[in-house]
Ligand binder design. Structure first.
Ligand code: PHB
Length: 392
């Protein structure tokens, strides 16, 4: 009798404990040319979790089930999301570097009613594809409209080079809109393969067109270093062509690999590891203490950091028993006046991030290349594409 009672108690305890373990599926890019996205997301999630675990309600634990999509592979991403939801019974999904993967997962999370917290995937339309998607990263429209407006004050003739997929098209349209509104002339545009492009033939064409500036969007990572080096090797910088783009092209962790060819490149973005804000200084310091002085968090890291802050809030508010509709309500109301990137909020109407954009220039600070923030080009900016849709 005693033994039966003991095992009954044990199974009740086990069931309660299980109910209070929140299972989070993380889908990211951990291999291939853009593996840095997975590394940044993972490191930010782990660091936030380590530093804040004690704030979770007693007995509540988070379990992360991490899966690799290997890059822009929509079929693979969809399959991973299905497995995580149906077999592993995750209660939340987070991550996703690439837009095509987010688009492929959208119908899956809608059907299963599982919230998906994006930590990258920056094409504007993505969040409209499911009421269960909320974005903690950025949209290309947020950076490229202010970049175009700024460029119109500096340059007459601009050429554009973008990765040939949805975020590239967004970058192209958004930049042209801002640039043309300011009186600039687009003299050409070229699209390059998303993965492993050979930039030389494209950049030669740009050089021959003699623009004042070249605006580039390609996915951040090692590819941006190869773009930068080819730009210098072919003599575009020497010919006086200025390189500009969203911050993806001068992603913080690649600056040491780019070397001095990156000096003077001007970008607009929502996050720089070199930003002076106290919240950013604390974030970067904690990061370097954990991962070493040669590791630098980039924009994917700050998105994951903020996303984990939101996950902690929603888990705490529901005492570990999370439910999708309540979780979405909490995510839509999320705001943080003091993120490492400045004040942020989720727009409850669109479930998209609201944030500042900064004009930055690559300079040397203390002997190291850094994206030095010069001014705010947009303050608490909602996704301009969605704002324009509302007016139609
Ligand atoms: C995307 O696929 O949405 C994406 C990927 C990498 C970036 C930006 C956007 O740097």
């Amino acid at each position: 009798m005693k033994r039966i009672f003991a095992s009954l108690v044990a199974s009740i305890v086990a069931a309660t404990a299980a109910a209070q373990t929140v299972k989070i599926g993380v889908i990211g890019t951990y291999t291939g040319p853009q593996a840095v996205f997975g590394e940044m997301t993972d490191r930010a999630f782990k660091l936030y979790h380590k530093l804040h675990e004690k704030e979770l309600p007693p007995g509540v634990k988070l379990e992360f089930l991490t899966r690799d999509d290997g890059g822009p592979n929509p079929d693979k991403a969809r399959q991973l999301a299905q497995e995580l939801i149906v077999r592993d019974r995750v209660q939340l999904l987070a991550g996703i570097a690439f837009t095509p993967n987010a688009m492929a997962i959208a119908p899956v999370v809608t059907e299963a009613k599982i919230p998906l917290i994006l930590t990258n995937a920056g094409t504007s339309i993505v969040t409209t594809r499911s009421p269960y998607i909320v974005r903690f990263s950025f949209t290309l429209w947020q950076s490229c409209v202010p970049l175009g407006e700024w460029a119109a004050k500096k340059f007459k003739r601009v050429y554009m080079l973008v990765a040939d997929y949805a975020p590239g098209t967004d970058a192209e349209t958004a930049f042209s809109q801002g640039f043309k509104a300011g009186g600039g002339e687009m003299i050409g545009s070229v699209r390059v393969p998303v993965q492993n492009p050979d930039f030389a033939p494209y950049l030669q064409r740009v050089k021959d067109a003699k623009p004042d500036a070249l605006m580039v969007f390609i996915p951040a990572g090692k590819t941006s270093t190869s773009l930068m080096k080819t730009f210098a090797d072919l003599g575009l910088a020497a010919a006086g062509i200025k390189l500009i783009g969203p911050g993806d092209i001068t992603t913080d962790e690649e600056l040491p690999n780019m070397g001095d060819v990156a000096l003077g490149v001007t970008t607009v973005h929502h996050y720089s590891a070199a930003a002076e804000r106290p919240a950013n200084r604390r974030f970067v310091e904690a990061w370097k203490k954990e991962y070493g002085t040669t590791s630098t968090p980039n924009f994917a890291a700050v998105a994951a950091w903020d996303a984990m802050d939101a996950i902690f809030q929603l888990v705490k508010a529901q005492k570990g028993n999370i439910e999708s509709e309540r979780t979405m309500e909490l995510l839509k109301a999320y705001r943080n006046p003091d993120s490492p990137r400045g004040p942020i909020a989720i727009d409850p109407e669109t479930r998209d991030i609201v944030q500042n954009e900064y004009l930055r220039e690559v300079r040397k600070v203390g002997g190291q290349l850094a994206n030095v923030e010069l001014e705010n080009t947009a303050t608490t900016e909602k996704d301009p594409w969605k704002e324009a849709q509302k007016k139609k």
